[in-house]
Design a protein around this ligand. Sequence first.
Ligand code: NAD
Length: 539
Amino acid sequence: MSSRRIIQHSDQRTTSQAETSGLIAPATTLLDHLRSQITLTGGPHETIPVRAPYTGAPIGTIPAGTAADLELAVQRAGAAQVAWSKRTFADRSRIFMRFHDMLLERQGEVLDLIQWETGKARRHAFEEVLDTAIVTRYYARRAERLLRPRRRKGALPLLTLTREIKSPVGVVGLIVPWNYPLNLAVTDAVPALMAGNAAVLKPDVQTSFTALWAVDLLRRAGLPPDVFGVVTGEGPLLGPALGERVDYMMFTGSTRTGRLVARQAAERLIGCSLELGGKNPMIVLEDADLEAAVYGAIQGCFASAGQVCVSIERIYVHESISERFLGKLAERTAALKLGASLDYSMDMGSLTGDRQIQHVEEHVRDAVEKGAVVLAGGRRRPDLGPLFYEPTILTHVTEQMQLYAEETFGPVVAVYPFSSEAEAVERANATRYGLNASIWTRDTARGARLAQQIRAGNVNVNESYAAAWGSVDSPCGGRKESGMRARHGAEGILKFTEAQTVAVQRLLPVGTPQWMEPSVHARWMTRLLKLLRRIRVFD
Ligand code: NAD
């Protein structure tokens, strides 16, 4: 212990568990209404209790859906999809823009629910509202332009009129985790639905009420109920059952489960899109604005208690500034306000589940046992609630420690010094993941240049994740084991469609005309190819 320098979180800056008992739990009438949005076959269903991370107290129960419930939801979605796909883009867009407005109006309700189910601080719950509104508006406004039929060059110039058409794939299955329950339930569904598909959602057990709130709001905004079905229950049962029935799988979650989803999709020869884990690096170059980099690191490492796929878990800082950087980072981290509160007063909330806090504790314990130094945090805070863990900074982390390469998915970051740009890039890339990265420098051209050497789907210069994530006109996806395909931008909607080529032939056939000798046809075609090569008009 002698080598450990711990900066404790001062007790005056936290809210005690006793004070949190004043939190008002979601009303039973609201939960009953939300449960009525689930597609269920007749007959009794088992129920699964959901507990509030802040207090450990029960929030309510959700029905444990079955394969029969999914069968019903997919059948209804398939039947409703036909009429839905015939509606105009303008008609579909109106529904989503109404949803956008209602979401902003009624954000207080869903912020409370997100906080109850995830335990995150309100400021981090608000990120979900913000992103959901932005992505909804983007696809509501852009879908028609991104999907409109396009003229293509025909087989024979002037004689073949060719168009490329984008058709919906049919019913899209969406499986989402608990960490961004509003955002992930909605932002992939909107492009899928705008493209004329129907969808069936399976949220995580822990955060089903937030997802149901979003589905309810979409229906209030005018979405026909069967076009977007939802079934709640256990992932290992419902996930494969959904994958067995739909025409496309959109999965967000761990790399381990993502592989199962991909395997099933491959077997059925359906498309799938996977948004998976990360072990995201931040590089702080010697010319970085130190104050900004420290603030960015705190945002990047501790937003939603580090339970964000794009969270920063590794920081490489140039050796010339590493001591100053670490001093400031440790001081600011130790001053963060932790606690349970349904207002904007807290800097960080709690973790979401037992499994998660145990995983975080295990990573830190293993690292400390093998010689890591704790500069801030490093312990549970049961005085605040059952799942609170202090934001934690470690140094002297080595390859032998679990958290060196494995995703922690909690408020823990390892900081390493580096001496050259090439070394920083090499170490940032030394991972099986490739989701997000962040570079800090006053020379933004240098940062943008360096970004292209990082093997990650998103690289932020002078931001930790929000700049790339929030640039919704550009694809956001993972490389290597962080995923396949991407959300956002054209890619985020095109993947929910199938391309069709419609070619109309006029005057002459593409092959040899009936009345022409094949040898004459071959001669004329050869001349035509030579001409086309020269004049370039039809290239
Ligand atoms: P998880 O894979 O355990 O669960 C995700 C979802 O899959 C849940 O809804 C779960 O019920 C369901 N599921 C469980 N077993 C299944 C099965 N056999 N078949 C199909 N579905 C099944 O993931 P988690 O631990 O709950 O979530 C955290 C992980 O998600 C982290 O690794 C994080 O990085 C990742 N994540 C990635 C993104 C991204 O956009 N790349 C976003 C958020 C979270």
